[in-house]
Design a protein around this ligand. Structure first.
Ligand code: SF4
Length: 366
């Protein structure tokens, strides 16, 4: 008898669990979505404003850059007023790590490639972090790999990234500190996937997935979806950050959409629209865009089908919560599989929006 295919999503890899300011990471907790502010952290109002926008878009953990003393001084207020846990991102200055821990940040990110001076401070950092219950992310980045490993491997290979991360972990472990999560980011999804697979075999720390310098929105979305999809489907990855050369809210939307596509998060609003073809009797692209824009932000798991003709249209529209099958200047509107009315083409968008809002109300949306 032929063996059954493996399940599409593997069981999550067994990892230690961290509490990042109330968001559990690893140990079977749901995969969380992170982003990073683009404001100058010392500009407290602008940073908090951006954090509020990120929170509203579904971001669960936010990271802020701390390159200067002014930024470090802003941390206590930002950590206190942010609606979601704040991670301080620190590269060169060990003193800012202590400042971030004292400020009440939910975690601190350090980069082994940029913190050589840190090695003799690890004991102090481990003690301070342990006393405060502050996890540390060891964030290795291909672009700033430890020069020692660069010399050994010649370039930022998957093995080099993993060795750098595990070396830094071992320094913390010497001080009995294990509240660690790890990232090994590379701009090339192939190297990145290999690095995380290796890392997943060699430790049980929770893993923060990221493709670094992934590029502008389109390219970055594709690279992140491919890389995260491959790893998450194998059960690897506990928290994700999509990096885009685009506003951070876009990163969060992409991150959540990746999790929803894999069934790792409850689906929100989903537009099912046909690609159009020679049978289309309506401008499907325009219709789908207008419906998507009109329903943007509707906080309910609703599947809305926008179909261009009466060949495949009724079937898909019937399967969705709400749908339209267009043809002959009209649209048949389906709700939960039944045709509830037929409207002129010009009224399709407004009718779908009205019906979606009515369904959302029935589902108890605010
Ligand atoms: Fe073509 Fe109709 Fe299918 Fe759209 S639903 S792709 S118009 S056959």
């Amino acid at each position: 008898m032929p063996s059954l295919p493996p399940p599409p999503i593997a069981e999550p890899r067994k990892s230690r669990q961290l509490n990042v300011g109330g968001v559990l990471v690893g140990g079977g907790a749901p995969v969380s979505v992170q982003s990073m502010t683009t404001t100058v952290t010392a500009d407290i109002n602008a940073t908090l404003q951006q954090i509020a926008e990120l929170t509203a878009s579904g971001c669960q953990i936010v990271r802020v850059a701390v390159p200067s003393a002014d930024d470090a001084e802003a941390l206590p207020i930002i950590a206190r007023k942010s609606q979601i846990p704040v991670i301080a991102d620190i590269h060169f200055q060990p003193k800012y790590v202590f400042a971030a821990i004292e400020a009440g940040c939910a975690a601190v990110r350090v980069n082994p490639g940029n913190i050589k001076k840190f090695d003799d401070k690890i004991g102090e950092i481990a003690r301070a972090a342990k006393n405060a219950g502050t996890p540390i992310r060891i964030g290795v980045n291909a672009g700033s790999l430890d020069p020692r490993l660069m010399a050994k491997y010649g370039k930022a290979t998957a093995e080099a990234l993993v060795e750098s991360a595990l070396w830094e972990c071992s320094l913390f472990e010497e001080h009995d500190f294990r509240d660690i999560k790890i990232s090994v980011k590379h701009h090339d999804p192939v190297v990145m996937i290999r690095a995380y697979r290796l890392l997943a075999q060699k430790c049980d720390y929770p893993l923060h997935l990221g493709v670094t310098e992934a590029g502008p929105a389109f390219q970055g979305t594709v690279k992140s979806a491919v890389a995260f999809g491959a790893l998450l489907a194998e059960g690897i990855g506990d928290t994700i950050r999509v990096s885009l050369s685009a506003p951070p809210v876009e990163e969060v939307k992409v991150g959540n959409a990746i999790l929803e596509s894999l069934g790792l998060k409850e689906r929100g609003l989903e537009i099912v629209s046909c690609p159009s073809c020679g049978r289309a009797q309506v401008d499907v692209y325009k219709l789908a865009e207008e419906v998507t824009a009109g329903l943007d932000g509707l906080p309910v798991p609703l599947r809305v089908a926008v179909m261009g003709c009466v060949v495949n249209g009724p079937g898909e529209a019937r399967e969705a919560d709400l749908g339209v099958a267009s043809g002959n200047g009209k649209g048949q509107i389906f709700v939960k599989g039944e045709i509830i009315k037929t409207v002129p083409e010009a009224q399709i968008v407004e009718t779908l929006i009205e019906e979606a809002i009515r369904l959302a109300d029935e589902m108890g949306a605010d």
